[in-house]
Write a protein that binds this ligand. Structure first.
Ligand code: HEM
Length: 499
């Protein structure tokens, strides 16, 4: 049964399937980023699509995005409902809705405050050192590296230490039980296209996915149990997420820092009015259980591993193909190094060109291709006159907005200077949303930026990335995924002779 005409009747342009479920088949055939760009060109910033018979409104107009994600957040606080049918996994922040989500978010947000991130930067230092050693071996052998593998090992080590208090070198020690389980999780049971369902469950909704094997959940549950027991028995504390989540229920009244503050780390990525949606205030917190701790450590691992590894791979690739930008970044890094004798959390927050490089990477390669919200009541969309019924799904095509030549002339060119403060101020802030927007944006943004910036600053002090025969001018991406996932990012690393 088709529902065509639903949007037309409401005065909205619509994409009609030529045959039932064409939209779904198309998204499994064409890379989603290309589909989103093509529709943006043909239908503009406001149009309707159908997922089977379900009408979806696609909104790409920055002022309307701000309305939906911030000003009228009370109507659009949820994503599409995705119950995984597992009592632990259903406690993950990203799949919760309504009051449950508010309570969990109120507990989790402070764990990402800048004070906590600063302490966590010390843990990341060790994992960067392992990465540098691994890159050094590759440079000595003049190997072609797949950046995704090296940065994937680095982000896995980082999440292992920050979320599970477990020190591993997954590049050198692939048989470590943590690494084996993590790899099994990503390679088999939880394909990357399904991971995105955690932050934007489009494909899960379409395919009716129920995933994540209980063996793997049990493994992570059991290591968390052992760690908690060990820390309690030995009165041991560590500056990691596990500790912060464990402390959360003891410090119910403590700081709600993240929803209030913005800092230099957020830079172009956060929006000033984020977290200040008029109708949203952190609610009273209920008891925070051991299951909540396990679920959310696990979630950080799921969403923090591949996203940041991809961001670093795309940054390395862009710098290798744009040596002028790489030299400019190296100059900034060397300058800071000379002045401070190294680069730590404080310095990366002040490095303007480093921020431009990371921002431009996340624009050109918008890792989360789209965002979703659901209307929890009937609603009229700003002054468009469009009436949205309760339950309607809204999609925000992030990748297409980031490639709009009106905001970003020559959108396929890597040009970090677009993000210099004087250029940024001329653009609508909601035309740049790599971490989403509003109180439901990426809670891990600050951590991801810190991790990526610290890593880039440290490795470019030792190496340069170089394109090689295997490096393609255009990357090849997996199809049917909500995440922009390159198949391979081959490059060479060269040890710097000038330091
Ligand atoms: C470059 C890296 C990353 C990118 C591009 C990214 C992007 C996103 C996006 C677009 C969303 C949806 C936001 C919205 O709907 O408005 C999201 C949600 C989320 N992200 Fe990230 N993310 C990254 C890294 C991380 C890391 C490292 C963590 C944790 C350690 C994390 C944890 C989360 C969580 C828990 C949510 C769900 C928030 C909620 O529902 O309240 N992300 N992310």
């Amino acid at each position: 049964m088709r529902n065509y005409g639903y949007w037309k009747k409401r005065g909205v342009k619509e994409v009609q399937d030529k045959f039932p479920f064409q939209n779904i088949f198309q998204s499994l055939k064409t890379p989603l980023h290309l589909l989103l760009e093509e529709r943006y060109r043909s239908f503009g910033k406001l149009y309707g699509v159908y997922e089977g018979t379900k009408p979806i409104l696609v909104v790409a107009e920055p002022e309307l995005i701000k309305l939906i994600t911030v000003k009228d957040f009370h109507v659009f606080s949820d994503r599409r409902v995705l119950k995984l049918g597992d009592s632990t996994l259903d406690k993950m922040l990203s799949v919760q809705s309504g009051e449950e989500w508010k309570q969990t978010r109120s507990i989790i947000s402070p764990t990402f405050s800048s004070g906590k991130m600063k302490k966590m930067a010390f843990l990341i230092k060790d994992t960067i050192e392992s990465l540098i050693q691994n890159l050094e071996e590759a440079a000595d052998k003049k190997e072609v590296i797949d950046c995704k593998k090296f940065f994937g090992a680095f982000t896995m080590d980082t999440i292992a230490t920050c979320a599970f208090g477990t020190r591993v070198d997954s590049h050198k020690d692939p048989n470590n039980p943590f690494v084996k389980n993590a790899r099994a999780l990503f390679n088999t049971n939880l394909k990357l296209k399904q991971i995105f369902t955690l932050i934007c469950p489009t494909l899960a909704g379409i395919l009716g996915i129920r995933f994540i094997s209980s063996n793997i959940v049990n493994f992570f549950q059991s290591i968390t149990n052992q760690l908690v027991e060990h820390r309690q028995k030995n009165k041991e504390r560590r500056n990691d997420f596990l500790q912060l989540l464990l402390d959360a229920h003891h410090s119910v009244q403590e700081d709600d820092e993240q929803s209030q503050e913005t800092n230099s780390m957020d830079s172009a990525h956060g929006h000033e009015d984020e977290g200040k949606a008029p109708a949203w205030k952190p609610t009273m917190r209920n008891a925070w259980t051991h299951e909540d701790v396990v679920a959310n450590s696990f979630l950080f691992f799921l969403v923090g591993y591949d996203t940041t590894a991809s961001a670093l791979s795309y940054a390395a690739y862009s710098l290798a193909l744009n040596p002028d930008c790489q030299e400019k970044l190296i100059q900034e890094i060397d300058g800071v190094w000379k002045e401070h004798g190294g680069i730590n959390y404080e310095q990366i927050g002040k490095m303007v060109y480093l921020d431009c490089v990371v921002s431009e990477t996340l624009r050109l390669f918008s890792i989360a291709l789209l965002m979703e919200r659901v209307a929890n009541e009937d609603y009229e969309l700003g002054d468009t006159g469009i009436k949205i019924s309760k339950g309607t799904l809204i999609q925000i095509p992030v990748y297409a907005i980031h490639h709009d030549p009106d905001y970003y002339p020559q959108p396929d060119v890597f040009d970090p200077e677009r993000f210099l403060p004087e250029k940024k101020k001329d653009r609508h802030p909601y035309s740049y949303i790599p971490f989403g927007a509003g109180p439901r944006n990426c809670v891990g943004m600050r951590f991801a930026l810190m991790e990526a910036k610290l890593c880039l600053a440290q490795i470019l002090r030792t190496f340069r990335f170089r394109a090689c025969a295997e490096t393609r001018e255009k990357l090849d991406f997996y199809i049917g995924q909500g995440l922009l996932q390159a198949k391979k990012v081959p490059l060479q690393v060269e040890k710097r002779a000038d330091v």
